[in-house]
Design a protein. Sequence first.
Length: 673
Amino acid sequence: MAETLFACNLCDSLCGLKVGVEGGKVTSIRGDDEDPISRGHICPKAVGLRELLEDPDRIRHPLVRDGAGFRRASWEEALDKAAQPLRRIRKQHGRDAVALYVGNPVVHSHGAALAAQLLTMTLRTKNRFDPSSQDSNPRTFACMQMYGAALTIPVPDLDRTDFLLILGANPAVSNGSMMVVGDAKARLRAIRARGGKIVVIDPRRTETATLADEHHFIRPGGDAALLLAMLHVILDDARPPADVRGLAALREAARAFPPERVAAAIGMSPEVIRDLARRFGAARTACAYARVGVCQNEFGPLANWLIEALNVATGRLGAVGGSMFTAPAADLARLERWVVGTKWGRWRSRVRGLPEWLGALPSAALLDEIATPGQGQVKALIVLAGNPVLTTPAGARLGEQLPTLEHIVAIDYYVNETTRHAHVILPPRHIFETGNFELLLHRFGVRNAVRYSPPIVATSDDTRTDWEIGAELVRRVVGPRIALPQRLVRAIPDRFVSFLLRTGRYRLSLDALREHPHGLDLGALEPGIRIPGKQVDMAPAVFVADLPRLATWVDVARAAGPVLIGRRHLRSNNSWMHNLRALTKGPDRATLMVHPLDAQTFGLVHGQHARVRSSTGELTAPVTITDEVMPGVVSLPHGFGARNANALTDHHAIEPIIGTAILNGLRVTVEPA
């Protein structure tokens, strides 16, 4: 048996793998001890890669609709049936009549990412959607406003920090979202082992909180108020770097939010807030880090601005042990700064006027763009590696609308809640069959590193790479009917990567990376890396203008009743991979967490089913009674079929700046089922 090296692409960790291959079959998967980031660590998802490769339910040839079901088709027939209606609809109704939905897995494959970009650039539809408006947009938007570019995103210097403040993030389970960390648990334990402190602020006592020195409950939506109160305490003594502007405006904003004003609203005492602020400010090195829980509440962009402001104001930005910028070998940020810069809201959705960000509209707009008649109505949909029926707000209602579309094309492994409505399904190859280079995620590494994973198994299936499918679909829809040599088409993704590597900081090449299959350790994060000539804006006008809304939230008493938050598990990745037994076996994880005091009020018993209702939907789920959630908060995971928390979401519930869906802090009622 030969062992080949590969990098897992199922989350942001990029763990190095040793994959046993014999007779063209994968026989084993284990961690690579020589990987510069993961150092031998893997989680159960890595093993799922083998099951995905072998899964008999995975689509292995093109499918076209035949009545109520699908039949097998050749690639020539399937591509023609995919492209011809798209070409007709564009000609008849305009290019915006064809919508494009790009799913989260695309981020984890350079071929799929380039296919998505090719589709975006050539279709030129304003109706492009992706899951970022349910996840990362508040963070990228805050960084663009402060640092001048959306991908100029600092990461915690975990290996050298003395004080790590975590809000709404659970790296022990996520493995480090927008933070490539490898073995997150080991790195967190190392902070404490060297005498450092970890403090977690979260409505749930998460797996990360159990590794921390302290955990404090906070009411969902309260992060922005907490951060302003901390800045209220810190700013008078703060010594930010010289290349900032707007400090006086930030100081003025923070003065209006003393700990005593926000305490009752967020569920933390003024004494705890003041003590936390002083310790963070006084620590030798420190960093504040926030993720999905903060992005998905009603003040996501505001809170992400204030996380950055806290790090900058205390001199932590670009400092060892603080919040630092990476120096990736292949830097997409240079292209992003050139293509996007600081532009946003370049167009708005037809029905609700929601703003574009990074070339996409909020996914919460997709339902109305399909359902509302008129000029510019969406008539067709291309879905690349996504399942919006399961994952977007009001997804069930979206599923009811999909059959009204004239045409749907899906590029996907599976028939799922969304692709079952497709007219054509085009199946891509497995990542082991295509190879991979992480175009984006190395930008978030807690160490500078790079790795290329060539293909390790051949395929006998009738599948093609994401890139080949996207390129051929584009050629048939908008391009001339001139066939380029397949060899040339297949080479484009790797040639693009080679260009980025050769023109990057380290002047590398794919050939050089092939000679270092474990990956190259390019060193610790370096202090002082910034965008040349840019000042940090401490008080962007768009955020300052939103502060009155936060003040109202702080001062106005809330109605009684629980609010819902989501959660994730180590064996799941949003809505991915629920088809694989290796990742779904074991105890039922799609349960409703309820605090004992609330369970008594609602009349619930551990293990029985509860009915959870929102203003838009309802579901039932088995109850787990636990003090891991704060009183007044219940928790249900996202993306689990019939018990999917998205069944309760409202596509009109969005924060007002860039239209991010509000998925945490959703008001619900709970009763015995």
